[in-house]
Design a protein around this ligand. Structure first.
Ligand code: NAD
Ligand code: DAU
Length: 356
C-alpha cells in the first residue's frame, strides 16, 4: 500500500536530497513537502520531480498550526520527517530568536498536530512514526587531544550555540511526546553533511564558490577545528533505514568516522579545483585566516556503532569520492550557484566577511 510522508524543509539541502532519494527508490510513495522557502529553501532543487504526481509541494511555515493541522486532515500521514529548521550556526549567533521560533516552536507544532490527528484516528499510532532530524552538535564539543573520544547516544546533551541549543530543545520535546503520549518517535543525530544543493554559507560550498571566483577563502581561527563529514546520500539512506527499522523511541547517531580539520578540507578543495580547471590562480595563497566564530566548537566525532550494529547502516561514499563528486556538481550547476548567491546572499556575505 502507498505510504504517505510529510517531509518538512524538503526544499533545503538535505531535505531536497531526501525527497529525490525516496522518489527514486520507491515507486509507491507520496510525499507532502512543506517548506517555507526561507533564504535556504530553493524550489529549483526539486525541478526534476516537478511533474511527478507523487510529490506535492506546499509553501508553508511549520509554526502555522492551522495549515499543519489541515495537512493532517487532508492526507493520511504515515511518517513525518522533520528537516525544517534554521540550520546555520553563524546566523544563530546573530539572531537566536529566529532559531527558537522555527526549531523549537515549529517542532512542537508538528508534534501537536501528529498527536491530535493520529490519536483520534482508528489506526492511532500503529505503523506511524515521527522522525526528528537532529545533529551531533547537541552533544557539544570534543577536545582535540583525545581522538578516541566520540559522541555516543548516551553522551549528555551540552549544546553550546543558539543553533544547537534550539535543536537540543526540540529533541527533548520530541522525546517527551514519546514518553508522555506514546507518540512513536525516533531522533537521528548526524554529523556534517556535504554534497549537491548545499547553500554556500556552509564551509564546503562557500570555499568552492569563492575559489572558482579567485576570492579569499575565509578560515576561522587557526583552521584546526575538526568536523566529521558525511556525503548527504548516506545520511538520506540512514534516515530511510531508521524510518523502516528503527526501534520506537530510540536515538540513532549517524556518521562515518571521517574527521578532517577545516584547513585540510579547504586545501583538498583548492587542489581539486586547480587540477580540474587547470587554473594556477587557485592555490593556497587564497586562504585567509579570519576572526574565529564565537564559542567555536573544537571537534565533533560520531560513534556510529549503534546504527551499524542494529540497522546494518554504513556509509557507502568515501570522502575522496564524495568531494570530487560534489565539486563536479557545483561546476556543472553554475546557474544554480548564481541564482542562490545573488541578492540577499551578497548582503549576508558582506556582513559576515567583509568587515574583517
Ligand atoms: P537548510 O538550511 O539547507 O534547509 C532548511 C530548510 O527548512 C529550507 O528549505 C528552509 O526553507 C526550511 N525552513 C526553514 N524554516 C522553516 C519553517 N519555519 N517552516 C517550514 N520550512 C522552513 O538545512 P539542512 O542543512 O538541509 O538541514 C536540514 C536539517 O538537518 C536541519 O534540521 C538540520 O538541523 C539537520 N542537520 C543538518 C546537518 C548538516 O550538515 N547540514 C547535519 C545534521 C543535521
Ligand atoms: O555537525 C552538524 C552540523 O554541521 C549541522 O547541524 C549544521 O546545520 C551545519 O551547518 C553544520 O554546522 P558547522 O558549524 O559545523 O558547519 P559550517 O559549514 O558552518 O562550518 C564547518 C566548519 O568550518 C566550522 O568549524 C566553521 C568553519 N568555517 C565555516 C565557514 C562558513 C570556516 O572556517 N569558514 C567559513 O567561512
Amino acid at each position: 500500500m502507498r505510504e504517505t510522508y510529510l517531509v518538512t524543509g524538503g526544499a533545503g539541502f538535505i531535505g531536497s536530497n531526501f525527497v529525490l532519494y525516496m522518489l527514486e527508490k520507491y515507486e509507491d510513495v507520496r510525499i507532502i513537502n512543506v517548506d517555507k522557502l526561507t533564504y535556504a529553501g530553493n524550489i529549483k532543487n526539486l525541478d526534476s520531480v516537478a511533474d511527478d504526481e507523487r510529490h506535492i509541494f506546499m509553501q508553508a511555515d511549520i509554526c502555522d498550526a492551522d495549515v499543519i493541522c489541515k495537512i493532517f486532515q487532508d492526507y493520511d500521514i504515515d511518517y513525518v520527517v522533520n528537516f525544517a529548521a534554521e540550520s546555520h550556526v553563524d546566523r544563530s549567533i546573530r539572531t537566536p530568536e529566529v532559531f527558537a521560533q522555527t526549531n523549537v516552536m515549529g517542532t512542537v507544532n508538528l508534534l501537536n498536530a501528529a498527536k491530535a490527528s493520529w490519536g483520534s484516528s482508528k489506526r492511532a499510532f500503529e505503523n506511524r512514526k515521527f522522525l526528528q532530524v537532529s545533529t551531533d552538535e547537541v552533544y557539544g564539543s570534543l577536545p582535540l587531544d583525545d581522538p578516541e573520544c566520540f559522541f555516543q547516544e548516551s553522551t549528555p546533551l551540552d549544546p553550546r550555540s543558539p543553533y544547537s541549543a534550539s535543536k537540543a530543545a526540540a529533541d527533548l520535546f520530541v522525546k517527551s511526546y514519546g514518553d508522555t503520549y506514546g507518540l512513536p518517535i525516533n531522533i537521528t543525530r548526524c554529523s556534517n553533511n556535504y554534497g549537491p544543493y548545499q547553500f554556500p554559507e556552509k564551509l564546503i560550498p562557500l570555499i568552492i564558490n569563492n575559489a572558482v571566483h579567485h576570492r579569499a577563502l575565509p578560515v576561522y581561527g587557526d583552521g584546526l577545528n575538526v568536523r566529521d563529514w558525511l556525503y548527504v546520500e548516506d545520511h538520506c539512506r540512514a534516515i530511510d533505514m531508521v524510518l523502516r527499522k528503527g526501534k520506537i523511541g530510540e536515538i540513532y547517531n549517524i556518521g562515518g568516522h571521517n574527521e578532517r580539520n577545516n584547513l585540510t578540507i579547504v586545501r583538498t578543495i583548492v587542489r581539486e579545483l586547480e587540477t580540474v580547471l587547470q587554473d594556477s590562480e587557485i592555490n593556497d595563497s587564497l586562504i585567509s585566516y579570519v576572526e574565529d566564530r564565537k564559542g567555536h566548537d573544537r571537534r565533533y566525532g560520531i560513534d556510529p556503532k549503534k546504527i551499524k550494529t542494529d540497522l546494518g547502516w554504513y556509509p557507502e561514499t568515501s570522502f575522496e569520492d564524495g568531494i570530487v563528486r560534489t565539486i563536479a556538481w557545483y561546476l556543472s550547476h553554475e546557474d544554480w550557484l548564481e541564482s542562490v548567491t545573488s541578492g540577499a546572499y551578497r548582503e549576508y556575505y558582506s556582513k559576515m566577511y567583509e568587515h574583517h
